[in-house]
Design a protein around this ligand. Structure first.
Ligand code: SAM
Ligand code: DTB
Ligand code: SF4
Length: 325
């Protein structure tokens, strides 16, 4: 059953279960909605890097922080399509194009829509993450065939002001609403390891799980350390079991959503990644790079999945996209 009436109290009690009980519950929910041996893969490309006007305290691409990331212009379509071809050849099912913008300029929309059409034409699922969108921009991307839009809430409503001041979590939720109402599937999650409290992780997941529809994909990022950003001062190492608990709670609260173990895998042991899969994560980013930071090499991921008898395939395609309406 898909519920959207979770309370902080109830989620907190689930999160606090002894780990074997939490894992068993998450495992049951996972197996009821997905084949737990199957991992979905997505590939990321930064189509416009750095120089972003937002001041997100965790991000290497904000113009407010001195991180050494060089700002680039929006890539040409041909370059993007070539990268998508390579991602498909490497086995990715979804191609996610990210831009370091607060929101796209209307003059860029035709070019972005052309990219969506061509990448879709290769037989890949398309995803974009471009910052805030107006309903008119959503309609254009939808008409071009965009499958998913990524727009994370990043942390709890309570902690949000500590990590960004140029926007509110309400702004994020507004764009998500435009995307949902415009008929594009939503990808929305957050980051842990930015110095937030355990309660913030629970509150972030309850915020997602009580939206008018659960996000179709929920990326859980472990903050990938970048030098020169304010979060550096706040960040605390995350207990591996705290990450597993976050994944398990996401799986239990949003049973039919794809839960993606996203940034931060380079610092995780094989065993921790597999614990996250057992807790209900069923997607990863593949390819050597995320946007500006590193990701495990493809051979490492292939080797890991093979050793534990897991395979890469579309995640029960008949079930994806059915998250609570
Ligand atoms: N500018 C757009 C936006 O903010 O939605 C799209 C790109 S932005 C880099 C996409 C997401 O990447 C952010 O919402 C955040 O969750 C994640 N992210 C950024 N820097 C990160 C880091 N150092 N570690 C983990 N996740 C990060
Ligand atoms: C998401 O939740 N994680 C991805 C994707 N959505 C766009 C981005 C991770 C970025 C990690 C930091 C970097 O590479 O700059
Ligand atoms: Fe810009 Fe997105 Fe980075 Fe925030 S997370 S600074 S909006 S690229």
């Amino acid at each position: 059953m898909i519920r959207r009436d979770w309370t902080l109290d109830e989620a907190g009690r689930i999160h606090a279960l002894p780990l074997p009980l939490l894992m068993a519950r998450a495992g049951r929910v996972h197996a009821a909605h997905f084949d737990p041996t199957v991992i979905e893969t997505a590939s990321l490309l930064s189509i416009k890097t750095g120089g972003c006007p937002e001041d997100c305290g965790y991000c290497s691409q904000s113009a407010h922080h001195d991180t050494g990331v060089k700002a680039t212009r929006l890539m040409d379509k041909a370059e993007v399509v070539a990268a998508a071809r390579r991602a498909k050849a490497a086995g990715a099912q979804r191609f996610c194009m990210g831009a370091a913008w607060r929101s796209p300029k209307d003059r860029d929309m035709d070019k972005l829509c052309d990219m969506v059409r061509e990448v879709s034409g290769l037989g890949l699922e398309t995803c974009m993450t471009l910052g805030m969108l107006t309903p008119a921009q959503v309609a254009k991307l939808k008409a071009a065939g965009l499958d998913f839009y990524n727009h994370n809430i990043d942390t709890s409503p309570e902690y949000y002001a500590q990590i960004a001041s140029t926007r509110t979590i309400g702004d994020r939720l507004e764009t998500l609403e435009h995307v949902r109402k415009g008929g594009i599937r939503t990808c929305c999650g957050g980051i842990i390891g930015m110095g937030e409290a355990e309660g913030d992780r629970i509150s972030m997941l309850v915020t997602l799980a009580t939206l008018p529809a659960h996000p179709d994909s929920v990326p859980i990022n472990l903050w990938n350390r970048v030098e020169g950003v304010p979060v550096q001062e706040r960040a605390r190492p995350v207990d591996p079991f705290a990450l597993v608990r976050t994944i398990a709670l996401a799986r239990i609260l949003m049973p039919a959503s794809i839960v993606r173990l996203s940034a931060g895998r380079t610092g995780m042991s094989d065993e921790l990644q597999v614990l996250c899969f057992l807790a209900g994560a069923n997607s990863i980013f593949v390819g050597d790079m995320l946007l500006t930071t590193e990701n495990p090499a493809s051979w490492q991921d292939a080797d890991l999945l093979e050793r534990v008898g897991m395979t890469v395939a579309p995640c029960n395609p008949q079930r994806t996209g059915i998250a609570a309406q």
